[in-house]
Design a protein around this ligand. Structure first.
Ligand code: S6P
Ligand code: ZN
Length: 183
């Protein structure tokens, strides 16, 4: 494996393109169904970029004991009173946990356990978030600038997007009088 220096986002963007870092992107069109206000959603361009993920995947997907690293850049915006957010997922291997930590901007990490209890943690530069196994996770950008956060997760965690796509979280993070509230 390549030696890797703790990356700043610019390191990821400039130095590692095409060197084992995979860049993926999600447009608003790919987030169909996750927002409550369908009218507001239909006013927005489907090709507008919602977020980008730079992932360093040094092991083959499914390798036990390995770790992956990623940086997500989530753009600011709202659909009605709901903030731009990531799709959100459980891990395919239910007991696999993950760390998130805030790099830039302001946001909220929305978490939901198997009993469908939902809670949220404020993300800011330097905030550290432990996501235990069996807890679904999604991030909302509650600020006016890009929210950037890093993640580290096991290479055998996998992603289960289906459950969240079908049933969502049991609460939505919306802006009420200028501040984010779970509803
Ligand atoms: C992977 C980790 C993150 C997310 C990324 C985008 O386990 O949680 O890298 O993939 O933040 O979110 P999502 O829900 O679209 O995968
Ligand atoms: Zn995850």
């Amino acid at each position: 494996h390549k030696k890797i220096v703790i990356p700043s986002l610019s390191f990821f963007q400039d130095e590692l393109k095409g060197e084992g870092v995979v860049k993926s992107r999600r447009t608003l069109g790919e987030l169909a169904g996750i927002f409550e206000n369908q009218d507001a959603y239909s006013q927005l361009p489907l090709d507008q970029l919602a977020y980008e993920v730079y992932s360093y995947l040094p092991e083959r997907e499914g390798t036990p004991g390995g770790l992956y690293f990623g940086i997500t850049q989530l753009y600011p915006g709202k659909v009605g009173d709901e903030y731009f957010m990531t799709k959100g997922h459980f891990h395919q291997q239910e007991d696999r946990s993950e760390y998130y930590w805030g790099l830039e901007g302001e946001g909220m990490l929305i978490l939901m356990d198997r009993e469908r209890n939902t809670w949220a943690e404020r993300m800011m530069p330097g905030s550290l978030h432990y996501i235990p196994g069996g807890v679904a996770h999604r991030v909302a950008n509650t600020g006016n600038s890009v929210l950037s956060f890093a993640a580290c997760w096991p290479s055998d965690a996998g992603h289960n997007y289906e459950e969240i796509a079908n049933k969502g979280f049991s609460a939505r993070l919306v802006e009420v009088d200028g501040t984010p509230k779970l509803r």
